[in-house]
Design a binder for this molecule. Structure first.
Ligand code: SF4
Ligand code: SF4
Length: 239
């Protein structure tokens, strides 16, 4: 990953990764924005209730995003917050996704919480090598990463089909059972987490016993809440 950032991508501005700081860093930002033609990657939501909920260097974040998006080739919104508002959408700041303010610009949403690093690098490399945006779904997510229902690829699906729903976390016999009754939103979430997994394929949320939160979907967090309760009684699947 480091060699891609250092050798393949010209990373012009990033608060923590760039070598420069202060006035020099700001100079690079303004030069880049003036030049245009770049891929703008935005992280975090934009407060709808009041600009004051997010100020960067005293300036409203929304103003900076609008300024930086003007001459951008396209925008990539990373993680659930920048894509659809995420957790801040359910708070007094009423966060919204970047696509709602950057209208008119081609936008790619890469939700999940956090963004999957391979989704980000894969999307940037796709644009650079193919010269076009990847195919997107109705929520502007790349189909190559978000085209399949998590539930259809889940390692616990066999238990779902046999109505083995985990009820007691303390029962070792139920350890691998389906997490639907514990709030798993896998039947309504699209992502390649079950096959790609995280940390170089080490594990994923359901693999380590955490019900899927639905962080790939526009309704996350508010519409997926409560996270640890089933949205429907499991009996509805029993025919
Ligand atoms: S409900 Fe969740 S844990 Fe159960 S099979 Fe579907 S995705 Fe897997
Ligand atoms: S497994 Fe589910 S909750 Fe975990 S990151 Fe993927 S989509 Fe989000």
């Amino acid at each position: 990953m480091a060699s891609i950032i250092l050798d393949k991508i010209s990373l012009r501005y990033h608060e923590t990764l760039m070598a420069s700081a202060g006035d020099l860093a700001e100079k690079v930002y303004h030069e880049t924005v003036k030049e245009g033609g770049y891929i703008l990657v935005v992280e975090r939501s934009i407060p709808k209730a009041d600009d004051k909920f997010c100020l960067v260097g005293g300036r409203p974040f929304k103003e900076i995003v609008l300024e930086a998006s003007k001459k951008a080739k396209c925008i990539i919104a990373v993680e659930a917050c920048a894509s659809f508002g995420g957790i801040p959408k359910a708070t007094p700041s009423q966060g919204i996704g970047v696509g709602e303010v950057g209208k008119g610009k081609p936008i790619i949403n890469l939700p999940l919480c956090p963004v999957h690093p391979e989704h980000l690098i894969g999307t940037i490399l796709y644009i650079l090598t193919k010269g076009k945006l990847p195919e997107l779904d109705d929520h502007k997510r790349p189909i190559m990463f978000f085209g399949e229902l998590v539930h259809d690829k889940c390692s616990r699906r066999e238990h779902f089909d046999q109505w083995n729903f985990l009820k007691d976390w303390n029962d070792p016999g139920q350890r691998e059972w389906c997490l639907f009754e514990k709030g798993c939103k896998g039947p309504m979430a699209y992502s390649d987490c079950p096959v790609r997994k995280w940390n170089h394929g080490t594990n994923w949320c359901i693999g380590c016993g955490a019900p899927l939160t639905g962080c790939s979907e526009p309704g996350f967090y508010g519409e997926m809440s409560p996270i640890y309760s089933a949205s429907l009684p499991s009996e509805v699947f029993k025919g």
